[in-house]
Design a protein around this ligand. Structure first.
Ligand SMILES: [Zn+2]
Length: 112
């Protein structure tokens, strides 16, 4: 999956791990966090350093060029915090998503 930074047009890629679908015992924590909810919708651009919504997958990029693209890593507490503090959300549901992911990210430190 390829995504374009909406600030500098840097292309970043992410391989979605869907193996949790076939796992029989997916843990669901008391705060409703499960593995399936860990797929982040925001990321930090490795080129210009802004946090942006992943948005639409860019279909036209050749996968042969993977090596020249930046991998998307799991979002951190700092990225969710920055997204909220800079009003990156446009709707109430986007704000709720960011706040919930921030809350879960804090709780992630105490899991396992
Ligand atoms: Zn960028």
């Amino acid at each position: 999956m390829f995504y374009e930074c909406n600030n500098c047009q840097n292309i970043m890629y992410k391989y979605i791990d869907l193996s949790f679908i076939i796992r029989s015992a997916v843990p669901l924590y008391s705060d409703r966090r499960s593995f399936s909810t860990s797929l982040s919708l925001i990321t930090r651009c490795k080129k210009c350093n802004i946090v942006f919504w992943l948005g639409e997958n860019i279909q036209s990029i050749s996968e042969e060029n993977d090596k020249s693209k930046c991998p998307i890593e799991s979002s951190t507490i700092y990225e969710y915090l920055e997204a909220i503090n800079t009003n990156l959300f446009n709707t109430k549901s986007e704000e709720i998503y960011l706040r919930k992911m921030l809350w879960w990210s804090f709780n992630d430190r105490a899991r396992e």
